[in-house]
Design a protein around this ligand. Structure first.
Ligand SMILES: O=P(O)(O)OC[C@H]1O[C@H](OP(=O)(O)OP(=O)(O)O)[C@H](O)[C@@H]1O
Ligand code: HPA
Ligand SMILES: [Mg+2]
Length: 167
């Protein structure tokens, strides 16, 4: 996925989300660190509404290729009670991260919780969960770039590519 392809799709997602949330007040965007930082930075500039952004740090891949235990490394401070929450994720793979995250966030009693994921790998799903807005549906390939890492590398690539020969 080239940088212009990403930009075009993110512009579309931003317009869709602007329509979705325009009647609501107090939108909170929750970005999952670290993978979603580039995506949220671009997406929030395409949402033409007042909003608040916060970050939550959860890690399940621990830098590698396979998903393990979900760890909350850094929580968020924003009050989300009775507010519409949009979780922004870079990728939904097995779905474990998102499922846990949604459970945790719903404990804060928000008005609604929706998920916008840049990438969706449905063929890898191990738990039942779907994002409400998806940028691209992809095959079962390990991808890097535009925030996504392999052992903490490649996040700074401006495009998304397939990791060809993981070491
Ligand atoms: O659907 P799953 O199989 O749970 O995988 C998806 C999650 O895994 C990755 O995070 P990671 O744990 O690698 O942390 P990072 O964002 O800091 O790279 C990715 O950013 C998603 O949050
Ligand atoms: O394909 C992927 N790439 C990088 N990080 C990931 N976390 C889950 N799936 C992936
Ligand atoms: Mg990672």
């Amino acid at each position: 996925m080239t940088a212009p392809t990403l930009k075009k799709r993110i512009t579309e997602l931003g317009a869709e989300l602007t329509q979705r949330y325009k009647e609501e007040k107090d939108l909170v965007i929750i970005c999952t660190l670290k993978g979603s930082i580039l995506f949220v930075a671009d997406l929030m500039r395409e949402i033409d509404l007042p909003l608040e952004v916060d970050f939550i740090s959860v890690a399940s891949y621990h830098g590698g290729l396979t998903s393990g235990q979900l760890q909350v490394v850094h929580g968020m401070t924003t009050q989300i009670t009775h507010r519409p929450v949009l979780i922004v994720e870079d990728i939904v793979d097995t779905g474990r991260t998102l499922k846990k995250l949604k459970e945790m966030i719903s404990e804060g009693n928000p008005r609604s919780i929706e998920v916008c994921a840049l990438l969706d790998k449905p063929s890898r799903r191990l738990v039942e969960i779907e994002a409400d807005y998806v940028g691209f549906t992809i095959e079962d390939l390990f991808v890097v770039g535009y925030g996504l890492d392999y052992q903490q590398r490649y996040r700074n690539l401006p495009y998304i590519g397939v990791l060809s020969d993981p070491q």
